[in-house]
Design a protein. Structure first.
Length: 373
């Protein structure tokens, strides 16, 4: 099937990063919007985006967009979609979604109407009044934003941030997609040295290593659409082979993680092993007060504990002060710190060379970047 329209929802603030990545994957007609990236392609594109995207939360097929001012509009718009092209007579098609700033504010009511409209169309096409829904799952997702409705089919299943290496984590771990974006914004390359002095579960270190070695984040997992009859069996097999061939084996990348918690140190080692990058990541117990710059060049990327996550605000600010004393300007060194504290720069002791607004879960943060000497 040619010319499939796709949507890749992503964390607010990284739409451009996500769009650039999809372009690097040779995906066509990429367009960044607030909270998502649109693109077009075929089943090869579907497989490549799921396997290769570090920053998207999931890959959806965008089946239709239309104005909605009433539940009748919603029913008609959904009923016009060619559901039979994707959903078989026995396939399951649950519905979930969101309404934002719309007159149609009841999510349960919208779910029922979308389900009814899709079921009516499918029943008529298959000549049956009963759809048993015992087959593969085709998750319908909707977004009604003000007076416009978007209808999607989720192809991913468990979110793309679930790479498979982090079954266990420390308290308040950073999301894998956000850690990957921080690595990208910190310009991690195949020759980089990365340091995380608050490594926790090791997510920033592992995502940096996966990026440096060009290991596709979805290489070791499965996706819900692989069970769909309409998706060619060889689409994902071919793309996994392609991704495997693109892994860099001549990489100089090394990463170093430190934490004051013994459990975090062991957890980082375990997760690095599961991700297949344990030879690139070195971890030990160390306090930020003992931080030292012993490399010629390095990128420090970290998500220090802060008031809304682990420490009270006073403790968090003492930490920022210590970081400011330890993270000194040196040629070849850069520092990227994510924090929700608007006073971070004052407490740290100097203004960032660049800032980027990001969201860590529902917490609005800034990524403070220091790289000028």
């Amino acid at each position: 099937m040619e010319n499939i329209k796709f949507a890749a929802p992503c964390l607010l603030g990284i739409e451009g990063v996500c769009a650039d990545e999809l372009k690097r994957l040779d995906i066509q007609n990429v367009q960044a919007e607030n909270g998502r990236v649109l693109f077009e392609g075929d089943f090869t594109t579907l497989a490549r985006a799921n396997i290769g995207s570090r920053y998207a939360e999931r890959i959806q097929i965008l089946l239709g967009e239309f104005p909605v001012y009433s539940f009748e509009d919603l029913f008609r718009g959904v009923n016009k979609i060619r559901w039979e092209d994707w959903i078989g007579e026995r396939d399951a098609f649950p519905v979930k979604g969101h309404c934002v700033g719309s007159k149609l504010s009841s999510v349960p009511d919208c779910q029922k109407i979308i389900k009814k409209a899709a079921a009516k169309r499918l029943g008529e096409k298959y000549g049956t009044g009963w759809l048993e829904e015992s087959g593969s799952v085709h998750q319908i997702q909707f977004l009604i934003l003000k007076d416009r409705c978007s209808i999607m089919l989720d192809t991913t299943g468990a979110g793309l941030h679930k790479r498979g290496y982090r079954a266990n984590s420390t308290i308040a771990p950073i999301k894998e997609t956000l850690a990957a974006a921080m690595s990208d914004l910190s310009h991690v390359r195949h020759y980089s040295t990365v340091i995380d002095p608050f490594c926790g579960s090791g997510t920033i270190l592992i995502e940096s290593a996966l990026k440096a070695l060009n290991i596709a984040p979805g290489l070791r997992r499965k996706f819900s659409c692989e069970n769909w009859a309409v998706v060619p069996a060889n689409a994902f097999m071919t793309e996994r082979e392609r991704a495997q061939d693109l892994i860099r084996h001549d990489c100089e990348f090394q990463a170093y993680g430190y934490d004051i918690d013994d459990e975090a140190v062991e957890l980082t080692k375990e997760n690095a092993r599961k991700a297949g990058v344990e030879k690139r990541i070195h971890v030990e117990k160390r306090d930020i007060r003992d931080f030292e710059e012993s490399f010629e060049r390095a990128a420090v990327i970290c998500n220090p504990p802060y008031g809304e996550r682990l420490l009270d605000m006073e403790q968090a600010r003492e930490l920022y002060k210590t970081m400011g004393e330890k993270f000194q300007k040196h040629n070849g060194w850069s520092y990227s710190v994510i924090s929700p504290d608007d006073n971070f720069e004052t407490i740290f002791g100097r203004s960032a060379d660049k800032r980027r607004k990001l969201y860590n879960g529902m917490i609005k943060c800034q990524l403070y970047m220091y790289f000028k000497n």
